[in-house]
Design a binder for this molecule. Structure first.
Ligand code: UD1
Length: 411
């Protein structure tokens, strides 16, 4: 990729990865048809489709619409071939226990951004009547019947909240989740399940109540857009300069990121589902930004922000409070001339006049996208090795950025 070319033009934001994955797992709860429109064609979705097919679902793509027919689920074991590819495979625990009363899963894989334990998932499902044992990196779970429980989460974990919801939809009785995650992706999962006849209240707040039902019904669903992909493209424009518009942007879910962009000097115009951003000549520094659960600034955009701040005027600080391994990108940015000091979970960034293109290496999804953001604003050529990680969450980032005028090639 050759940097230093300002971006101009308009893009349409793809469907949300972090909403699609639990919704695909949820489709397994219903002995019938689920149609999901606007489903992103990304590696994590393809992998989840493989898991559904392994279980016995019939799955068919038609453009960006996915049809899942889950009448017969014969297999409740997820092979390590697909289960270890991404951490979110763990949400099949809730849906398989809910539908079939048993599940065998390899310990989940995914981005190497921290320790990422699953204790909250397992403890909660046990409270709902599951027996779960771990042997040689494999989880064995079964139950006579999942039953409602009162669960209070120590931390509002997105994945654990989703797993509990999935296990509770067909359970006997009512489940209360206290300190539930409030992310828009949780609300989207609940919207999907409610359209199928599930009884859920309180999604989007920290107390969610799910009353078990006997069965679900066929449905057709239009998936919301990806707020992290939208944010990545806005950061790309900040780094490269220029003026871009995003269509189908989930504006109302992006308040924290839009505030940060504004504080960095972006001029923005928002309409219902559209954002127009004009990058400033020089990025303003940010005194301090911390990542937090929604509605705070998302950890999934922290690396892209870090890449932009490398060229800000003066010193900025980022505090990562969710995943301790998010700073793996720092040595790569330093190769490009960035001045960053890490002290525990804080990154101190001393803005430099220019970043210089070189060969860097992606080690996970969002960090990989952040290297593209950095490369777009750097002088000369940047080559990103291991860029395949980026395809886990972006349909075709090269195509999208080329449409905005970037000189970027993907192999
Ligand atoms: C999801 C998103 C991910 C996002 C993250 C935080 C998907 C597929 N992934 O990940 O992109 O960065 O939310 O918004 O939707 N924790 C525990 N025990 C547990 C579970 C989590 O201690 O059982 C801790 C984690 O180590 C982490 C924090 O809770 O420090 C947040 O994790 P969680 O909200 O569960 O993130 P994920 O669901 O893995």
């Amino acid at each position: 990729m050759r940097g230093g070319i300002p971006l101009y033009g308009e893009l349409c934001v793809q469907g949300s990865k972090n909403a699609a994955l639990p919704i695909l797992a949820a489709s397994l709860l219903h002995r019938g048809i689920s149609v999901i429109h606007n489903c992103p064609r990304i590696l994590d979705v393809e992998n989840t489709v493989q898991i559904l097919q392994e279980a016995g679902c019939l799955v068919k793509w038609q453009g960006s619409s996915l049809m899942i027919f889950a009448e017969n689920i014969q297999n409740t074991r997820i092979s390590s071939k697909y289960g270890t590819q991404m951490r979110s495979s763990v949400i099949f625990l809730g849906s398989l226990l809910g539908r079939k009363g048993n599940a065998i899963l390899p310990l989940p894989g995914g981005c190497t951004i921290g320790k990422r334990p699953i204790d909250l998932h397992l403890d909660s499902l046990k409270r709902m009547g599951a027996r779960i044992e771990e042997e040689k990196e494999v989880l064995y779970a079964d139950t006579e019947k999942m039953k409602g429980a009162k669960i209070s989460l120590r931390f509002p974990s997105v994945g654990a909240t989703e797993n509990i919801i999935l296990a509770a939809v067909l359970a006997k009785g009512t489940t209360w989740i206290q300190n539930a995650a409030r992310e828009p992706e949780i609300m989207e999962l609940c919207r999907f399940l409610k359209e199928k006849g599930a009884k859920i209240k309180g999604e989007g707040t920290s107390v969610i109540v799910i009353e078990g039902v006997r069965q679900l019904r066929d449905s057709e669903f239009f998936l919301m857009s990806d707020r992290i992909v939208a944010g990545t493209y806005l950061m790309a424009a900040m780094s490269a300069g220029g003026e871009i518009s995003l269509k189908r942007a989930p504006v109302s879910q992006m308040t924290a990121q839009l505030q940060v962009l504004e504080a960095m000097g972006a001029q923005m115009k928002m309409e219902k589902n559209k954002i127009c951003l004009k990058a400033p000549k020089k990025i303003c520094r940010l005194v301090s930004v911390a990542t937090h659960p929604y509605p705070g600034f998302p950890t999934d955009l922290q690396s892209q922000l870090l890449a932009v701040l490398c060229k800000a005027r003066g010193r900025s600080k980022i505090v990562e409070t969710i995943f301790e391994g998010r700073y793996q990108i720092v040595p790569e940015l330093r190769k490009m001339g960035a001045k960053i000091k890490i002290v525990a979970q804080e990154a101190w960034i001393e803005g430099v006049e220019e970043l210089t293109g070189t060969t860097v290496r992606a080690c996970e999804l969002r960090g990989g996208a952040a290297l593209i953001v950095a490369g777009l604003g750097a002088s000369g050529v940047t080559t990103i090795e291991n860029a395949c990680f980026i395809q886990r969450g972006y349909e075709d980032i090269g195509r999208d950025l080329r449409n905005l005028g970037a000189a970027i090639e993907t192999s």
